[in-house]
Design a protein around this ligand. Sequence first.
Ligand code: DGL
Length: 265
Amino acid sequence: MSGARIGVFDSGVGGLTVLAALRRRLPTAQLLYVADSAHAPYGERSNDYVLARSRALTRFLLAEGAQAVVVACNTATALAIETLRRDWPDVPFVGIEPAVKPALADSASVAVLATPATLASARFGALLAAHGGARAPRLQPCPGLADAIEREGAHAPRTRELVAELCTPLRGCTRIVLGCTHYPLVADAIRAALGAVELLDPADAVAEQTARVTSVLGAAAPGPALRCWSSGDMRRLQRVAHDCGLGDVAAEPLPSGAPQPPAPQ
Ligand code: DGL
């Protein structure tokens, strides 16, 4: 069983949905989580901005001893993971992307909810070209949704109203791809808007892939089972972690001048 130290980051609290899956699949791993809430929403920022933040958070996690990094953010995966892999060729990176392939495996009527940046990315275009074939899913960009979840909370009336609005054009779809790690937090509101739809969240598949990738790494020096940092609201992180089944987590402010690991090659 993996005793590896695994770094995980997202633009905010959304990646906690992935962290919970990692905790279930890798109970003995040391997990380090960064919520970059002060810089969310990544899905409405420029490619350069998301890449710069992804590099800074990767540097921080590696300086904290991470042996592998999970990019628990569809947007950062789409815009930055290839560059991170080039920058740190010896570090295993695991990303997350909308579950388009399984979604289109049969004749269900499919919609993809994701950030504007994810849907506009070349990586998503290639994913769709590879698996979409003749069957194009409905693509629903969700500007404001990750931000509302960050600032108002997943259960706030304004967040639920926004979900209802974004889901209105999707009536009749029977399968919804959750293409942003914040969206499982509003699964109830999506079901309230669309009825008994199937929601596809790839978090367990990411945890499985992380288990595969980290199984060859040696155990890390002893350390806490979980450490969390946020560049934003610590209490929000703790509340969402609790809702995700992670229990009572301690949260620390993300240092702004994080120590640097050796320069990437
Ligand atoms: N949770 C992120 C994702 O999976 C990004 C949300 C955002 O900050 O826009 O895409």
